[in-house]
Design a protein around this ligand. Structure first.
Ligand code: ZN
Ligand code: ZN
Length: 184
């Protein structure tokens, strides 16, 4: 079965400038390239569908792919560990070239009059995944003492007093003084 990510561009590259609309949905990880990430990391789940909506515009020696890529992701909240379902929508503008010249290090290659959009889609979505996903911006997390979900109500535990914090102010004070001394 031909991959939807492989787009024939021979005619586009012959008629410069011209435009081709590319719109499809396909398995995000069609080739099973990615192993699941460790539990808790934001990840595109197995079997997830990516939505690709691009305009390809040819120029002499290549083309530019512009438009939107979208895919779902899944993660655990960093603070309270509940499952989160998210959705990434990324605007892209990337070049494909016949040959990489100076300054083309970040360009993808046109191979045998085809462009493979899969690497572009993967890169755009994976870079957009949240590093520290939260179920909501003000998630209160779990109580460090009794483990109850503080979003569901106050458990009544008192904050522990950690003796290590007691000396921290003194340390900061010393740091500030040495910074001032070195900058003069
Ligand atoms: Zn949370
Ligand atoms: Zn508690």
């Amino acid at each position: 079965m031909a991959s939807a990510y492989l787009v024939p561009v021979a005619q586009l590259l012959r008629d410069v400038p011209s435009t081709l609309r590319v719109e499809f949905s396909a398995l995000f990880d069609e080739m099973n390239e990615f192993d699941p990430l460790p539990a808790g990391e934001a990840d595109v789940p197995r079997g997830a569908i990516a939505e690709v909506n691009l305009h390809l515009e040819s120029f002499s020696g290549g083309l530019r792919a512009r438009g939107q890529i979208a895919a779902p992701w899944r993660a655990l909240c960093r603070r309270c560990s509940i499952d989160i379902d998210g959705h990434s929508e990324v605007q892209v503008s990337e070049r494909f070239v016949d040959d990489r010249g100076p300054g083309d290090d970040d360009a993808y290659l046109v191979v045998n009059d085809f462009v493979d959009l899969a690497p572009l889609v993967h890169e755009a979505i994976l870079l957009d995944l949240p590093v520290a996903p939260l179920c909501r911006p003000d998630c209160r997390g779990l109580c460090v003492q009794c483990g109850s979900d503080k979003n569901l109500g106050d458990c009544g535990c008192l904050a522990p007093i950690d003796p290590r914090w007691a000396t921290l102010d003194n340390l900061r004070f010393v740091d500030n003084e040495s910074n001032e001394a070195s900058s003069e």
